[in-house]
Every structure is written in structure tokens, then in C-alpha cells.
Design a protein around this ligand. Structure first.
Ligand code: ZN
Length: 308
């Protein structure tokens, strides 16, 4: 994929707490961007549509919109509910036709994927996964999700990977917190998401920065998840993004805990002590997802897929 020669594009990253929107063609050509709080589907998608329509009048016409959305979502192009949020526990959003709503409003082709697959695309093209064939991107925020590129292709299977729901080794002597996943209790998301941190310790992550026991436990849970992903897909690198990973020193703690958990099993030098080149922060900061949306928009423009 060389330099973009097509029209200006729109990208939307729909997250659990806010929506990032931008209009442009790539990281070096962002014409406008905004963040909008995630509330009800009608209000949120209405505001996103209004902003993009306004940006299209100023910078457009837009060629396509690429949307990466919190899940679970329907990614089957043959499905009647392609582009819908499916069985989310997020109140009010179950069954929302995200792709259709924005495609109809803007009258342009729509590209659609999960938030973390979008972030993986952005990191692959412009960020910390440039030149890699196989890697994983995990976000640790309100929830936990993971996207994977394997042999150069995003993984889309029966649904999409649900790495946040990995089962976890859980020492209840050390960590009596039962977990907060509404489905599984103590899965990875149930033990290590921002929601779990707040429920376990009774304070938001930012208020806990000076308590090392909080972050030792958090790093240990995250390392268990990363280890499982590492052993299943053999990634060349794992990128850890999301709000919780902004905590000072946490990435290094996860590297240390992963090294401890691997227990001397190091089939590749990149997995040797340190792991600075294996476990990394996003190259695009908090913009991985929304810039991945631009890649989805490029793909949609090329294939001129009808919006809904
Ligand atoms: Zn779960």
C-alpha cells in the first residue's frame, strides 16, 4: 500500500467511554479530529454523524468511512446484521446497526471491524508492528480486547478473537477478588481490566499509582494473558495499549512477570530476559484505533462496498 492517492476519508473508533473521529488520509494528513462521549446509541451516532457531515462539507467529499467498534460485533459480510453490535453487556447497545447508521447518514461505503483489529491495522501500517507478519494488539482499558495479524492477515474466524475472555490461573489466596466479567467472573478482562481494578481496590487506577502491590498483581494477571496468546499464535511482538497501560512502570512490570511465568522457556532470543523488543507500547499512542479506521476506509473505498 503506497502513498494514498484517493479522496479524503473518515475514521471512527467507537469505544466504551468515547468515540474518536477524524477526517484525513493518514497520520501526516489529519484535517480534523474530535472525541465525543459514548452515551446512548442514538445520541452518540447522531453526534458522530453530525460532526462527520460537517467535516465533509469543509474537507470533503468523503470517499468512505472506516469504523472500528467495541464488540462483540458481526463481521460476516454475508450476514444480515453485518456491522451491528451483537451481544454486548453495554446497556442499550445490543443490536445497534453502527455501520448502517453512519453509512446511510454519510452516503459513502463503510469499512467495519473491531476496535482492536482496527488498532492492529493502524499499528501494522504506521506503528509498532511495521514490517511484522504475525503480532497481537491488546487494549487494557474499561475492558480488555485483542486483535491479531497472523501471516499478514487479520484474524476473522467464526466471530472474531475474544482474547479478553481467556481463562486465567487465579490464586484466590493471593487475589480473593472474584472477577467482574458478567459471563465468566475471573477471565482476563474480569481480573485485569480497568473495571476490575476499580472494583477490587475501590478506586480508579490513577488514584492507585503509588501502591506497588496493585501493579504487581495487575502485571501478573496481564502476563498470564500475554503468555497464553504468545504460546497460541507465536507473535513476533505483542503491543499493549489502552488507558490502564498509561500507568507509569506497568509495561516493565508485565515484562518481568512474563519472564517469570515463562520460567526459563525461551524458544527465541526475543523472549529472553528484558523483552523490550517483544512486549511494547503502541507506536501511535492513543490513535492506533482511529488511524486503523482510515485503513478500513481505504479498503472500503477500493471495494466500493455499499454502506448498508
Ligand atoms: Zn469473560
Amino acid at each position: 500500500m503506497g502513498r494514498w492517492q484517493g479522496p479524503v476519508l473518515a475514521a471512527v473508533e467507537l469505544g466504551g467511554t468515547q468515540v474518536a473521529c477524524l477526517v484525513g488520509t493518514g497520520p501526516g494528513d489529519i484535517r480534523a479530529e474530535v472525541r465525543i462521549p459514548t452515551t446512548t446509541p442514538a445520541e452518540t451516532l447522531g453526534q458522530v454523524g453530525d460532526w462527520l457531515a460537517g467535516a465533509a462539507r469543509r474537507w470533503g467529499p468523503l470517499g468512505a468511512v472506516g469504523i472500528c467498534c467495541f464488540g462483540p460485533v458481526d463481521l460476516d459480510p454475508a450476514s444480515r446484521t453485518w456491522g451491528h453490535v451483537t451481544t454486548t453487556p453495554k446497556a442499550g447497545w445490543e443490536g445497534t446497526d453502527v455501520a448502517g447508521a453512519l453509512g446511510r447518514r454519510l452516503g459513502v461505503p463503510v469499512g467495519f471491524d473491531t476496535d482492536v483489529n482496527g488498532a492492529a491495522l493502524g499499528e501494522h501500517r504506521w506503528g509498532a508492528a511495521r514490517g511484522l507478519r504475525t503480532f497481537a494488539y491488546l487494549t487494557i482499558g474499561t475492558g480488555i480486547g485483542g486483535g491479531a495479524v497472523v501471516e499478514g492477515h487479520l484474524v476473522h474466524g467464526l466471530v472474531h478473537p475474544e482474547m479478553g475472555h481467556l481463562p486465567m490461573p487465579h490464586d484466590r489466596q493471593r487475589d480473593p477478588f472474584p472477577g467482574c466479567c458478567p459471563f465468566h467472573g475471573d477471565c482476563l478482562e474480569g481480573l485485569a481490566s480497568g473495571t476490575a481494578l476499580q472494583a477490587r481496590w475501590g478506586a480508579r487506577g490513577e488514584a492507585l499509582h503509588d501502591r506497588p502491590e496493585v501493579w504487581d498483581l495487575e502485571a501478573d494477571h496481564l502476563a498470564a494473558g500475554v503468555m497464553a496468546i504468545t504460546l497460541v499464535i507465536a507473535p513476533e511482538r505483542v503491543i499493549l495499549g489502552g488507558g490502564v497501560m498509561q500507568t507509569p512502570g506497568l509495561l516493565d512490570r508485565v515484562r518481568q512477570q512474563l519472564d517469570r511465568r515463562m520460567a526459563g522457556y525461551r524458544p527465541h532470543p526475543r523472549l529472553a530476559t528484558g523483552m523490550e523488543d517483544f512486549l511494547v507500547s503502541p507506536g501511535l499512542g492513543s490513535r492506533s484505533g482511529v488511524l486503523g479506521g482510515l485503513i478500513l476506509a481505504r479498503q472500503a473505498w477500493r471495494s466500493r462496498r455499499p454502506g448498508a
